[in-house]
Design a protein around this ligand. Structure first.
Ligand code: NAD
Length: 491
């Protein structure tokens, strides 16, 4: 079971057991904080993808026919096991992602467990509807599973993403093949083991490992009924095009460039806390981050004065140190991308107020560390303001009035999240209604309890995870019409 060290070799998890890739291909998973190899991971080829989908298909009738309360009991046992092993699994997640252990222990595993518990409770509440059709007929709806679902994950919240997809899918009676990001393969396999230990029948939850080609094979597979992906917008478009071949259902949890609006009447200390939560948790590698921070001109300088010392005090260091606030980015390649955005910001005339450089501590030289960066003097047309960077880069943008800031905040193809700080209740709700986003926080940011739906509008996504809304995306309705009287045919 979950040990504190990464396994030297990690196989695929198909039909309730680990097995090697059919063609023996492997890739190396590395610790981004040190560059050290963690695990040799088996890469699923087409035969392995076929085997995983076939296992999920075989397991489907039995799982769909399992009483919902029993499905819920198994999910709840899995949640209990995750909670009991939080420390070990959080450590694995840190090795794979480079994020601080304080975060992984407080959020990553436990939010996954919360999700399993929530949908464990929901399972037995699923029901259809009765529709009376007097005088002699009625109809009812059955809420049926979609079938074999595929989940594809990003690397920033590996086990949480796996749980956010598996829990509603399994609660609704579907089976699943899950592919984690090739950069973070470890904890999805741990979750599969936990499910088996909790009593999940073989084949109900399978894990294939690999990169884009494995994902494509899943998205194109003719025997898959639904695909839910968490990733970037270009990847989402490719997956949707591939899924169209057999008209699969899709859920798209994609990227963003979300606005956070600070009005002059806001509590500025709370607003600064919100801006920190909106930009620098998990080294800024969060899809819903509010990276365009619009600040009303009258309080711009006061807000920056509150923000800067707190950012400069953030401790960057060994992700396994409980005192660390900022860990390593996911890879050297990703750090280079973030650094090229920082260079582009300076070249475009933005002023770097802090960070954006590598720490000088020689102990961190092997990792992909980058100090949190804040830009002022930004304009709406700069690449750092328009494009998702997915790293610790905040852009400050002054504004004058409400109508202007709503227009500028919405001037983006993304629509994942938004936030605003104000003491004016009416304005809070008015602006929340006007912002084009799947989730909007008033006087806080980036809080995602499992009870509330999460997902994007515009190019940030299709469908919702979490809350009862997720049920709509893992079930389909069958209408049954019943005639109790005679059939009156006109012929
Ligand atoms: P990515 O798009 O590069 O990869 C995501 C996953 O898709 C990986 O598992 C990858 O192997 C797979 N993949 C890549 N190409 C594919 C293809 N053509 N067909 C099938 N699968 C394919 O994203 P990433 O770099 O892993 O993650 C960062 C992105 O994810 C950011 O844009 C971020 O905003 C987004 N994200 C969104 C959410 C959300 O809930 N909306 C959450 C986390 C991350």
């Amino acid at each position: 079971m979950a040990s504190t060290a990464a396994p030297a070799e990690l196989q695929l998890y198909i039909d309730g057991a680990f097995r090697p890739a059919a063609d023996g291909r492997t890739f190396v998973d590395t610790d981004p904080a040190t560059g050290a190899p963690l695990s040799r991971v088996h890469a699923a080829g087409p035969d392995d993808v076929d085997a995983a989908v076939a296992a999920a298909r075989r397991a489907l009738p039995g799982w769909a026919a399992t009483p919902a309360a029993e499905r819920g009991r198994i999910l709840q046992r899995a949640a209990d096991l995750l909670r009991a092993r939080n420390a070990d699994i959080a450590r694995l997640e840190v090795l794979d992602t480079g994020k601080p252990i304080a975060e992984a222990e407080a959020v990553d595993v436990l939010s996954g467990a919360d999700c399993l518990s929530y949908f464990a409770g929901v399972a037995a509440t699923l029901h259809g509807q009765h529709v009376d059709l007097p005088p002699t007929a009625f109809a009812y709806t059955r809420r049926e599973p979609l079938g074999v679902c595929v989940g594809i994950g990003a690397w920033n919240y590996p086990i949480q993403i796996a749980c956010w997809k598996a829990a509603p899918a399994l609660a609704c009676g579907n089976t699943m093949v899950f592919k984690p990001s090739e950069l973070t393969p470890l904890t999805a396999a741990t979750l599969a083991e936990v499910f088996t230990e909790a009593g999940l029948p073989p084949g109900v939850f399978n894990v294939v490992q690999g990169a884009r080609a494995t994902g494509e094979a899943l998205a194109r597979h003719p025997d898959v009924d639904k695909i839910s992906i968490t990733g970037s917008v270009p990847t989402g478009k490719a997956v949707m095009a591939d899924a169209a071949g057999t008209l699969k259902h899709v859920t798209m949890e994609l990227g963003g460039k979300s606005p956070l609006v600070v009005f002059a009447d806001a509590d500025l200390d709370n607003a600064a806390s919100g801006a920190l939560l909106a930009n620098f948790y998990t080294q800024g590698e969060i899809c819903s981050n509010g990276t365009r921070v619009f600040v009303q001109r009258a309080v711009f300088d006061a807000f920056v004065a509150r923000l800067l010392p707190r950012v400069e005090a953030m401790r960057i260091g060994d992700p396994l140190d409980p005192e660390t606030d900022v860990g390593s980015l996911i890879s050297q390649a990703h750090r280079s991308t973030v650094e090229s955005y920082i260079a582009a910001g300076r070249a475009a005339g933005a002023t770097l107020l802090c960070g954006g450089d590598r720490p000088t501590d020689p102990a961190l030289a092997g990792g992909a560390f980058l100090r949190p960066a804040i830009f002022a003097d930004c304009t709406d047309d700069m690449p750092i303001v328009r494009e998702e960077i997915f790293g610790p880069v905040m852009c400050l943008l002054p504004f004058d009035d409400e109508a202007e800031v709503v227009r500028r905040a919405n001037a983006t193809p993304f629509g994942l999240a938004a936030g605003l700080f104000t003491r004016d209740l009416a304005r809070g709700h008015r602006v929340a209604a006007a912002l084009q986003a799947g989730i909007c926080w008033i006087n806080t940011y980036n809080i995602t309890p499992i009870e509330v739906p999460f997902g994007g509008v515009k190019q940030s996504g299709i469908g919702r995870e979490n809350g009862l809304a997720a049920i709509e995306h893992y079930t389909q309705l069958k209408t049954v019409y019943v005639e109790l009287g005679d059939v009156d045919a006109p012929y």
